[in-house]
Design a protein around this ligand. Structure first.
Ligand code: VGL
Ligand code: ZN
Length: 235
């Protein structure tokens, strides 16, 4: 292999990993969360073990919605306002030609409410950053990078710039929920050029029976899933 004998300036590191703990919040955890994911709280010990590892950067995200958020079924008229069941077509506020059907949810992670708090089991002392997302009431934002719209993107958190400034090469994604915010955050991380790994033992799905399908979708995009019980869906 050809290697230049002398390199000018400093080389970017080959492996400089960040840990991204997505939405490990009370509203996504049993027994009382309004959008509780089955087994959601059980990932706490794995998350804390991960926080002990020498990731360059350890970030947690918080879903952080205003009360009038478009994803809340309660903000839509009867009869298309059944949480988990109804879908609503939202239009890109910057481009009337772009629209997306989005699933409606129970009210969850409303800013400054107990449901929006990080689960107390998480060892927050090991976190470097907490990033809030989903503040723009007009758009759904599963990914911590940006909202669902692409033409153009409506809301960016700035995380991509932050990761690049710190020369992060790989993003390890954990948290809730595997099929929504973990998935979309991982897809955006891969698209932004980061080596992206979802840690199966450190996430749970809203719809665990769709695990393999969601995993395949992520792997298509170059995201690697590690750990877990292989192709066996988990509750
Ligand atoms: C999420 C549904 C609605 C998530 C957030 O964190 O996966 N799911 N908002
Ligand atoms: Zn949400």
């Amino acid at each position: 292999m050809f290697r230049p004998a002398i390199t000018m300036g400093s080389q970017p590191p080959k492996f400089n990993p960040a840990l991204l703990i997505v939405d490990f919040q009370e509203d996504f955890c049993p027994p009382n969360g309004s959008l509780a994911v089955k087994g959601g709280r059980d990932i706490a010990p794995v998350l804390n073990r991960l926080l002990d590892l020498p990731f360059t950067l350890k970030i947690a995200t918080k879903d952080w919605h205003p009360k009038n958020h478009v994803s809340f079924a309660s903000n839509h008229p009867h009869p298309n306002n059944k949480p988990f069941e109804s879908f609503f077509t939202i239009t890109n506020p910057l481009n009337p030609a772009e629209s997306a059907a989005t699933r409606l949810w129970p009210d969850h992670c409303v800013q400054r409410t107990p449901g929006a708090e990080l689960a107390p089991e998480l060892d927050q002392t090991k976190l470097d950053e907490i990033i809030e997302k989903g503040q723009d009431e007009r758009v759904e934002m599963y990914s911590v990078f940006a909202d669902l719209f692409v033409n153009p993107t409506v809301y960016r958190s700035g995380i991509s710039k932050m990761l690049k400034e710190k020369e992060i090469t790989h993003v390890y994604v954990a948290g809730l929920a595997m099929d929504y915010c973990v998935k979309y955050s991982a897809l955006h991380a891969a698209k932004e050029g980061f080596g992206t790994v979802v840690i199966a033992d450190a996430t749970k799905a809203v719809d665990p029976h769709l695990w393999d399908q969601v995993k395949a979708e992520m792997e298509q995009a170059g995201v690697i899933e590690v750990g877990g019980r292989g192709s066996v869906p988990r509750g």
